[in-house]
Design a protein around this ligand. Structure first.
Ligand SMILES: Nc1ncnc2c1ncn2[C@@H]1O[C@H](COP(=O)(O)OP(=O)(O)O)[C@@H](O)[C@H]1O
Ligand SMILES: [Mg+2]
Length: 262
């Protein structure tokens, strides 16, 4: 079912279990094309679980609810099919893939999504010139391309390598999970610049972050607060500022009191 009027990503009443435990109770959110949603929430509230469940990680079981991307139901699809449908989810802690060279890994991924879009595959030469330019923009030495994926990379280099994949894969929607953590000032600037450019080209974003200065620079359309597996608050940049000012605990107490008082 394709629809031109509904949001690019539609998450409806999504419940996610890890083993016996229900981690996401019920998550409902919309992200229209080109929009940027910041997702905040205390540690353990389920932010990364949402990313893993959307990406199709097999340990995260969708017990009920829906997630549609451009009208395509993601839930029955395997992780690689979700990527082909236009989804990109970065890891909070990107793992190493020993024995797999970064350039081969990224080129294979790009060509799989290009094929799904009906585009010609990139040959090694075109890939390398594009990848080198993107690496330069992200402050990642080109030598990282010929090393095994993330092996021996610093925390910030791993995050930059996630951004390199994002920039080359050109997804419809990207969820970036604490992409700023471990990154230096230049890295955070590179995030803002890349996100701004891709958003201008129509990519939608869900950005998980605790870092107010970056959130301000990203100029989000909306800010959501997740608590115990539910979206409990929705607002604009003021919500992020309020959380930064008082902390999650106090903010949640004040929000609950306001609801009771209403
Ligand atoms: N693979 C897993 N196995 C068991 N528990 C998990 C796993 N992943 C997440 N959890 C638990 O689910 C809850 C939500 O975690 P997470 O989504 O990582 O939170 P956040 O990203 O908001 O900090 C936490 O209590 C965490 O311990
Ligand atoms: Mg997390």
């Amino acid at each position: 079912m394709m629809s031109t009027h509904s949001a690019l990503l539609q998450v409806r009443d999504l419940r996610v279990d890890i083993g016996e435990r229900t981690v996401l109770q019920s998550v409902t959110m919309d992200v229209p094309k080109g929009e940027l949603v910041v997702l905040m929430g205390a540690n353990g509230s389920g932010k990364s679980t949402l990313g893993m469940a959307l990406a199709g990680h097999p340990s995260y079981h969708v017990a009920s609810g829906q997630a549609l991307l451009g009208g395509t139901d993601l839930i029955p699809l395997e992780a690689h099919e979700r990527a082909r449908a236009g989804l990109f989810v970065s890891f909070q802690a990107p793992p190493d893939v020993p024995g797999v060279k970064n350039n081969l890994f990224i080129r294979t991924a790009i060509n799989a999504v290009r094929q799904a879009r009906g585009e010609d595959p990139q040959d090694a030469f075109d890939f390398l010139s594009g990848a080198k330019a993107a690496a330069k923009e992200l402050g990642l030495p080109a030598t990282m391309l010929s090393r095994p994926v993330n092996e021996g990379f610093s925390g910030g280099e791993r995050k930059r390598n996630e951004l390199l994949q994002l920039s080359l894969m050109k997804p419809k929607l990207a969820m970036l999970d604490e992409i700023d953590s471990g990154m230096d000032v230049d890295g955070v600037r590179a995030v803002v610049k890349l996100v701004e450019r891709m958003r201008g080209e129509g990519t939608a974003f869900i950005i998980v972050s605790h870092y107010l200065q970056m959130i301000e620079s990203l100029q989000p359309d909306r800010v959501l607060r997740l608590d115990a597996g539910r979206i409990v608050e929705e607002g604009d940049i003021e919500l992020a500022r309020g959380i930064a000012r008082t902390g999650f605990k106090q903010h949640a107490a004040a929000a609950a009191a306001a609801t009771v008082g209403a």
